[in-house]
Design a protein around this ligand. Structure first.
Ligand code: DQA
Length: 143
């Protein structure tokens, strides 16, 4: 399965730490993969600042029927291209946001991705990813 992180998420640890925390992206990526293993999931954690790359990864997940945990970053709020790619997934999609997007600026309140996700976790920091992995593990006993 894939954990896909979009634009600016590779900057975690240095980027607005009061909002996103001070753990670095590489440390978080390592932990998510390790947590996945404890749940019996082979997790590939990826990040990109290029929208077309994220679209291609979603196509890959669709073709290989992989579950996806997706934090699209700012693309959540306006990228119909990411939504259309996410809509092609044939396994579970969980949308995750570190911050509570509903408690922030108005332009963050709406995600164009949410309607094609099985569920959304936001505001729980990095733990939100681990909870999403738990959901995927519960749903895909034989991955
Ligand atoms: C985010 C929330 C988005 O509004 C923002 O643009 C991000 C990160 C989050 O994880 O809280 O880049 O997706």
């Amino acid at each position: 399965m894939l954990i896909l992180n979009g634009v600016n998420l590779g900057r975690l640890g240095v980027r607005e730490p009061t909002i996103y925390g001070s753990e670095s992206y590489p440390d978080l990526a390592t932990r998510w993969a390790a947590v996945g293993l404890t749940l019996g999931l082979r997790v590939d954690v990826r990040q990109t600042d290029a929208e077309d790359q994220l679209v291609r990864w979603l196509h890959e997940a669709a073709d290989e029927q992989l579950p996806v945990v997706l934090n699209p970053g700012a693309w959540s709020h306006y990228s119909i291209a990411i939504r259309d790619a996410a809509a092609q997934l044939r396994s579970d999609l969980v949308e995750v946001h570190l911050s509570n997007i509903h408690a922030r600026e108005e332009f963050r309140h709406h995600s164009v991705i949410s309607a094609v996700a099985a569920g959304v976790i936001c505001g729980l920091g990095p733990l939100g990813y681990e909870l999403a992995l738990q959901f995927i593990a519960a749903r895909s006993v034989d991955l």
